[in-house]
Design a protein around this ligand. Structure first.
Ligand SMILES: [Zn+2]
Length: 109
């Protein structure tokens, strides 16, 4: 197993196809879920877009709640920091969750 890239299959003779796009590949081009690099990159990019939307939505809702309900008069920077932290955290959670969903939906059978 020396010299393998992390998460890749070893060089195995035979026909392999990507579990997502079904393009035939060498075993070394697939990861352990049998996805090719192009499909992984596309899923990552799609998940990132969803993550930004989730983070933006949560941050907007939190900012609206702070502005309308809390109506802070002091420590404005702290409230802005809380909104930014919620945006960052929720975008990361959304990205990973959606990426996991995409990977699970097209898993090898
Ligand atoms: Zn593929």
């Amino acid at each position: 197993m020396i010299g393998l890239r992390a998460g890749r299959l070893p060089d195995i003779a035979g026909d392999f196809s990507c579990a997502s796009c079904e393009r035939s590949c060498r075993s070394t081009e697939l990861d352990r879920h049998l996805w090719c690099e192009e499909c992984i990159a596309a899923a990552r990019a799609g998940a990132k877009r969803v993550g930004w939307k989730v983070g933006g939505g949560v941050a907007a809702a939190l900012a609206a709640w702070i502005f309308l309900v809390v109506q802070p008069t002091i420590l404005i920077g702290g409230w802005i920091g809380a909104v930014l932290a919620a945006f960052w955290l929720c975008s990361r959670i959304g990205t990973e969750f959606w990426y996991g969903h995409l990977r699970f939906r097209k898993r090898p059978r």
